[in-house]
Every structure is written in C-alpha cells, then in structure tokens.
Design a protein around this ligand. Sequence first.
Ligand SMILES: C[S@@+](CC[C@H](N)C(=O)[O-])C[C@H]1O[C@@H](n2cnc3c(N)ncnc32)[C@H](O)[C@@H]1O
Length: 218
Amino acid sequence: MPKAAALEKAQALRTQIHRIFGTVSEGAGPLSSSLLFWQQSLKNPVQICSVFPSRPSVGKSMCEAVGECNGKPVIELGAGTGAITRQLLGSGIKAHDLTAVELDREFASFLSRKYPGVDVLNMGAEEIADLWLKRKSPKVGAVVSTLPIKLFDDALQHRILGSMLDVMAEDASFVQLTYRLKSPIKKEVYENLGLKAKCDRAVWQSIPPAFIWKYERA
Ligand SMILES: C[S@@+](CC[C@H](N)C(=O)[O-])C[C@H]1O[C@@H](n2cnc3c(N)ncnc32)[C@H](O)[C@@H]1O
C-alpha cells in the first residue's frame, strides 16, 4: 500500500478510536484502564511498546523481586495505567512511599485519579533524580521499571541507570522487566556504572514469558 494511503488509514483508525474511547481516560476502573492503555499504545507505539498492561503474575513477581524496602521510598518508572503500581501497593508499600513516573500525560492523569495517595510525576525517567535531589527526598529502597529500556540507546540507558544510582540506598536494587532472556540493559552500561546484573526470576505463565532483571552495586 502506498505510504500516503497507509498514513490516511492509520489516521482514520485513530479518529475512530478517539470517537469510541474519547472519554476513556475520564474513568478509572479496570475496563477504562485497559482501553486507555490500548488507545495510547496505538497513538504512541514506540514509547509504550506494548498493547496490554502487564499481567498480574508479572506484577506479583516484580514485587517479590523487590523484596523488603523497610519503609524506604520506592520509585516506579513507566507506570502506565498502574498494573504494577497496584501490585506494589498490595505488597505492602504505602502509597505515600511510592512515586510513579510516567511520560504519557493521559496515563499520568489517570494514575493521579486512581491512586490519589501516590506521588505521580508526569516526566521522563531521566529527569527524576535531579528532582529527587532538589527535593532532598530520602534515598530509595528500590527502583521498579517497566520502561522499554532495551530500545533506549546506550547514552539514555546510562543516564537513567546512573542518575537513579544517585538516589538509591547502598543496598537498593534497580528491578527491570523484559520479555527477552538477555539483560535489557547493555553489559557495558551497567558494568561502567559499577553494577552487577542477574536475571532474578522468570514468569513462564506470562505470554510471552517475562524475565525480571536486578541491577545492584557490585
Ligand atoms: C511497557 S509500558 C508499561 C506500563 C505499565 N507499567 C505496565 O506494566 O502495564 C512502558 C511505559 O513506560 C512509559 N515510558 C516510556 N518512556 C518513558 C520515559 N523516558 N520516562 C517515563 N516513562 C516512560 C510509557 O509511556 C509506558 O507507559
């Protein structure tokens, strides 16, 4: 199909979706959350990088990988519509200890309505550490990320991981979800930052199987 015709088709589809789901982001229930996710992923497939929110089994495993944070704050990167946020709160992390970072404005405003006690920041993950240090917030017990970090270039991976290290407690982990077996963060990047990496667990019942990687100070 010629490029112009394909673009026109995509635009028509977007308009249809907007007509049908235009008010989806006003709601906050599970249906509106899935529809909003779908709507935004069609609008911005590269940034969102998935058509469905993470499955509960994936969120549960991520919480297990995070472990005990002893009341330290937790930062979630790429919170989307809150599939992992919900599980983090369910695992015992208090809403006032959780900061959810999300680049998409619709998602961020949805999250703020759905989880009023959580500090929702509508900004890029790469900007959070500066803000954290400016606010003089305490060091975090864990960073939980579902960012499509594998798609980021080395410089951006380095910037995100390196800046988060500045706000992480000595024993804190950076926990990252991926759907490939290999580390989604380049070896040169994490080694250059003095980190070691391991695939902490696999979620085989997820389709496709999910892998949870942990990066910690070596
Ligand atoms: C694969 S989705 C995960 C969403 C949700 N956490 C889940 O598990 O269902 C990745 C999310 O990261 C967000 N994102 C992508 N790049 C980002 C960045 N640089 N800073 C913050 N969020 C970003 C996207 O908008 C999207 O919501």
